[in-house]
Design a protein around this ligand. Sequence first.
Ligand SMILES: NC(=O)c1ccc[n+]([C@@H]2O[C@H](COP(=O)([O-])OP(=O)(O)OC[C@H]3O[C@@H](n4cnc5c(N)ncnc54)[C@H](OP(=O)(O)O)[C@@H]3O)[C@@H](O)[C@H]2O)c1
Length: 254
Amino acid sequence: MRSLNGMSVLVTGGGSGIGEGCARYFAAKGARVTISGRREDALKRVASSIGARCAFAASDVTSGTGRARMLEAALSHGAGKLDVLINNAGNILHGDLESFGAEALEGIFSSNVIGPMLLTGQALPHLEKTQGAVMFVGSVHTRCAFPGRAPYAATKGAVQVLTRVLAGEFAPKRVRVNCVIPGAVPTEINVRAGAFDEAGARAFYASVASAHPLGRVGTSTEIAEAMEYLVCAEWTTGAILDVDGGMGLGLSRI
Ligand SMILES: NC(=O)c1ccc[n+]([C@@H]2O[C@H](COP(=O)([O-])OP(=O)(O)OC[C@H]3O[C@@H](n4cnc5c(N)ncnc54)[C@H](OP(=O)(O)O)[C@@H]3O)[C@@H](O)[C@H]2O)c1
């Protein structure tokens, strides 16, 4: 098992939520973390509160120049190397299927699947040099059906399948690919999607606590702990680890 200490890690979507939690946790364990996202103010806030172990690159994972910029920043902050890519950036859409036009569907696939695929391909030569690791972030939406969230669930199904195919494809290069499947973790994802205001989001997460057999929602630190195992475990690839308080069990009381 490797140690995060001294690793160079790129976390997409590190300006908030699970990505922010991952950046804080990994930096506290000695990693040199670079966070990316579109909002520079959010990235600056996180990076400056973490300190010298964290750099940031304001950049969009759906754009070629954005992906090049975030990778360049991670290599520069990591003294020329990259050990880990955390494909965390993502968006959700709320609505019935017939309410979505092609642009909305292409947009969510672009940020949640296509951008991360292209970034992973661009990072691969660097990860090969360090025999590093790639992390995808799936969702409990692939374990339970949530009506009104079909596009999001479809993108998460895609990254979970990608995890296993790319694990096989990259294994000869000794680059590992794994995925974590979070249950509900209070973040700003639904507010950014325009589904709730902040008070509505708090009420939403309070209401879904009981849908987790362990009786509560999760924290970004609990997701980061699972990520640490998956990126450091040298004989683990293609793993899809549910970290969801049991929500994905689909527990029935019938
Ligand atoms: N929270 C949950 O309950 C939950 C459960 C299962 C899975 N997940 C997954 O966990 C991941 C993190 O989500 P979160 O819940 O922590 O939400 P979040 O706080 O909204 O974080 C998502 C981050 O992704 C960034 N992002 C979105 N589109 C981007 C783009 N095109 N380019 C670069 N960055 C982009 C956002 O920053 P900018 O807007 O500044 O770009 C934001 O910081 C997502 O993949 C999500 O699907 C979350």
